[in-house]
Design a protein around this ligand. Sequence first.
Ligand code: HEC
Ligand code: HEC
Ligand code: HEC
Ligand code: HEC
Length: 319
Amino acid sequence: MRKGKIAEMKAVFWTAVVAGLLFAGFGASNSALAAFKVGAKKCQECHTAEAKVWEGTKHFKSYKAIHKDKRAKKIVKAVGDKRMKKSKTCALCHYTAAQKDAGAKVKLVSGPSCESCHGAASDWISMHNDYGKGVKRDGESADHKAARIKNAIAAGMVRPERLFDVAANCMSCHGLANPKLDAKAAAAMLDNEHPLNPDFELVKYSQGSVRHRFYPPDVTVNKEMTAAEKSQMYVIGQAAALVSATMAASKSDHPKYKAAQDKRIANAKAALDLIKGQVPEAAALLSDPTPANGRALGEAVKGKDLSGAVGGKLPKDYK
Ligand code: HEC
Ligand code: HEC
Ligand code: HEC
Ligand code: HEC
C-alpha cells in the first residue's frame, strides 16, 4: 500500500476516534458509544403534535434564556468554565448536543428534548416506524412488530411503555445523578445555589406542561391519565428515584448532595412500603435497588389500580 494512503487511513481513523470521544464527553444518557442524537427537528417531521407540546415546556424555552441567568453565570465559573453553552458539564443536562450524521460536528441545538427522554436516535430512528416494505400499520404482522420494537430498544430507543427507563432519564438530570457529572463539579454547583429538588415526583412533573399522550385510536387528543394510570406512574417514578439516588449517594460526601439523595431514598422507600404487601416486586426492589429490579416492578404494575394504596400521595396540581 502507498504511504500516502496509509497516512490518509490513519487520519480517518483518528478523526473517528476523536469524534467518538467528543461525543462521549457530551454524553447520551444510556445508549451505545456510537449512537448520537439527531435533534428534535427530525422527530418533528412526523410527530408534530408531540413537538408542539414540547415547544410549550420549560425544556424548550430554557435554551434561549438560562445562560443569561445571573445564577447560571456564577455556577459556570464555579465549575471552571467560562460560558454555559461551552461547558461540557452544563451540556450533560441543559442541552441537546446533536449531529447531522456520524463523524459530523457535535452542535448544541436545543434544551432537553425528545431524545433526552427517549434515547439518542441515530441507530433507531429509521427502524422504529418501519412496518416492512410496502406494508402499512394495519398490515404489519405481530412477529414483525415484536421484532421491530425489540430491535429499536436494542438500538437505544427508550419507549413510553418501558416507563421505568424513561423515568430513569428524568432522574439522571433532575436528581443530579448523571454518572458523568463528577463529584467536584456537583459540589461546586450546589455551593453556588444550583437547585436539587429531592421531591421531584414523576406524576407531578410529567402530567402538566410535559404531557403528550396522543395515543390511538384518536391521535388528535392529548389524553389525561386515569387515576389507575397515575398510580402506576407514581410507583414507577418512585422506583426510578430509589435506584437513581442509591447509585448517586456514593458519588459524593458533599453535605447538600448527600442530604438530597438521602431524602430521595427516604421518600421512595415510604412510597414503595405502601405497596410491597400487594406487589412482591416492590419488596424485591426495596431490598436490592437495581435497574433490573426497577424495570421488573415497572412491568408488574402494568394494568393494576394501585390508587387504593398510593391515591393519597398523588399530586393535586402539575408542573
Ligand atoms: C418518518 C416519520 C417519523 C420520524 C422522523 C420519527 N418518528 Fe417516531 N414514530 C413514527 C411512527 C409512524 C410511529 C408509530 C409506530 C408504530 O405504529 O408502532 C412512531 C413511534 C414513536 C414512538 C413510540 C410511540 C408509542 O405509541 O409507543 C416514540 C417514542 C417515537 N416515535 C419517538 C420519536 C423520536 C424521539 C423521533 C426523533 C428522534 C422520532 N420518533 C422520529 C414516525 C416517525
Ligand atoms: C446532572 C444534571 C445537571 C447538570 C450537570 C447541570 N444542571 Fe442546572 N439544572 C438541572 C435541573 C434538572 C434543573 C431544574 C431543577 C428544578 O427545577 O428542580 C437545573 C436548574 C438550573 C438553574 C436554575 C434555573 C431556573 O429556572 O431556576 C440554573 C441557573 C442552572 N441549572 C445552571 C447550571 C449550570 C450553569 C450548569 C453547568 C455548570 C448546570 N446547571 C449543570 C440539571 C443540571
Ligand atoms: C421530558 C421527557 C420527554 C420529552 C422531552 C419527550 N418525551 Fe415523549 N414521552 C415521554 C413520556 C414520559 C411518555 C409516556 C407518556 C405516557 O404514556 O403517559 C412519552 C410518550 C411519547 C410518545 C407516545 C405518546 C404519543 O404522544 O403518541 C411519543 C410518540 C413520544 N413520546 C414522542 C416524543 C417526541 C417526538 C418528543 C420531542 C418533540 C418527545 N416525545 C419529547 C417523555 C418525554
Ligand atoms: C437532559 C436532562 C433532563 C431530562 C432527561 C429531563 N429534564 Fe426536566 N428539566 C431539565 C432542566 C435542565 C430543567 C430546568 C430548565 C430551566 O429552568 O431553564 C428542567 C425542567 C423541567 C420542568 C419545569 C420545572 C419547573 O419548575 O418549571 C419540568 C416540569 C420537567 N423538567 C419535567 C421533566 C420530566 C417529567 C422528565 C422525564 C419524563 C424530565 N423533565 C427529564 C433537564 C431534564
